[in-house]
Design a protein around this ligand. Structure first.
Ligand code: ADP
Length: 407
């Protein structure tokens, strides 16, 4: 284009020179020719410039279009990520103003009736307000645990910097209530189990120490001690076996070997050997077995249920009879063990199925139990999708009722 313009200009000046030569260098003609030449140069350069500007503008507009659709997409992606995060998330700008939050964060407000979230976070729980203030005042990464309405949250503050300057921060809250309660339960279980094991071990150790003394020569006491050691060893064995059993049952889905069985036969088979144990205490086992006893369950585990409930009834009764009763309704089969023993207060009825819980600590321990019998029974019944309940009255007796699905 520049090359063409030069050729045109050269031709114009050559034509002007020839004309001037022809008209013997007429001044007016020269002025007119000069104006025409400069006019042409101005016009062509203006036209070229405006074409270039137009092209540049078009390119710029296209670029803006691409960038804005890119920003739109990125914005959408960010909002999708934020809303799909299953725990509260807040994004603050450099002045501490909330610019992005998800629905879980909005639920932490103390006044949920307000539709709009207060960007200056005044409607949040005071503990969360403190975290937010710390986040933009301290401008550094931090973590801490807070409790809001019975829920324990682990909070994470992550500062965001742009060109080396603080430009806001991200606040994340993770619900750790379950993890903490699991951890607490595990710690309690270990402490309780250690305590249970420690008691018989200390008794055995103490007696062996006395028996080993050089000056010990009391044959009668030695005989008593040996019997006592034998009893404590058996108790230790029972606790260890129950501990193994309860830890197997505590896993999320215990393995059941279900088969079709006649529950009445299972009751008779399990209770017959216990009759002499009852007779030794002047107790009588009585059966009232009704209903369709054809059930689909783990027979070995059910033997343990029957055993634990009937042995408890014998252990905690000093008189009367122990009734073993079954019946059915449309969907369920019921198995009851009813005794006339010591019973317990109504407020103990829920706690009684907790591991190591004992109504009367010393009395129950004297009976030689592990404190895990009913927890094992409940775990087995839960694994069969059944239920177990107890009604008891102090000095009157207890009724344990197991409900199983009829399949
Ligand atoms: P333990 O090995 O101590 O018997 P269990 O888990 O079987 O442990 O029972 C927990 C507690 O419940 C017992 O220590 C006892 O205090 C109470 N208990 C269980 N069964 C009966 C019952 N039939 N009558 C009265 N109290 C009972």
């Amino acid at each position: 284009m520049v090359k063409n313009k030069n050729i045109v200009l050269f031709t114009l000046f050559l034509a002007a020179f020839l004309l001037e030569l022809a008209f013997e260098f007429n001044t007016y003609l020269m002025i007119i020719l000069l104006i025409a030449a400069f006019g042409y140069v101005w016009y062509t350069s203006e036209a070229q410039m405006s074409n270039q500007t137009k092209r540049e503008n078009l390119e710029l507009m296209n670029q803006v279009k691409v960038n804005s659709s890119d920003v739109h997409l990125k914005n959408k992606q960010l909002l999708t990520i934020v809303s799909s995060i299953p725990f509260p998330l807040l994004l603050l700008d450099e002045k501490g103003k909330i610019v992005i939050h998800n629905v879980h964060a909005a639920q932490l407000r103390s006044c949920e009736d307000k539709i709009e979230l207060d960007a200056m976070h005044n409607d949040f729980h005071p503990k969360l307000q403190e975290i937010i203030k710390d986040a933009y005042i301290l401008e550094k990464r931090s973590e801490q645990i807070i409790q809001i309405d019975e829920v324990e949250y682990q909070t994470y503050i992550v500062p965001i910097t742009s060109h080396g300057r603080f430009s806001g921060c991200l606040i994340l809250l993770q619900d750790i209530t379950k993890a903490l309660s699991g951890e607490k339960m595990q710690k309690r279980f270990i402490a309780d189990a250690s305590h249970e094991l420690k008691t018989p071990i200390s008794v055995i150790k103490g007696m062996i120490e006395i028996l080993n003394r050089d000056d010990f020569d009391d044959a009668e006491t030695a005989d008593d001690f040996h019997k006592q050691i034998d009893y404590e060893v058996n108790r230790l064995d029972r606790i260890v076996k129950d501990l193994i059993e309860i830890s197997k049952l505590s896993i999320e889905k215990p393995i059941l070997k279900r088969i079709r069985i006649d529950f009445h036969d299972l009751i008779i088979m399990t209770c017959k050997p216990l009759e002499s144990l009852a007779e030794n205490k002047n107790l009588q086992l009585v059966y009232d077995l009704q209903g369709d006893s054809n059930l689909f369950c783990d027979s070995q585990k059910m033997i343990q249920v029957i055993n634990n409930l009937v042995i408890n009834a014998i252990k905690y009764s000093d008189q009367g009879q122990i009734l073993i009763k079954t019946y059915q309704d449309d969907d369920s089969y019921y198995f009851q063990v009813i005794d006339q023993g010591c019973g317990f207060e109504i407020d103990e009825e829920k706690k009684i199925f907790d591991r190591f819980y004992r109504v009367n600590e010393s009395r129950s321990r004297l009976k030689g139990g592990s404190g895990l019998g009913l927890a094992i029974v409940k775990s087995i019944i839960d694994a069969h999708d059944g239920t177990i309940e107890v009604q008891s009255k102090r000095f009157v007796g207890s009724t344990f009722t197991v409900r199983l699905n009829r399949l």
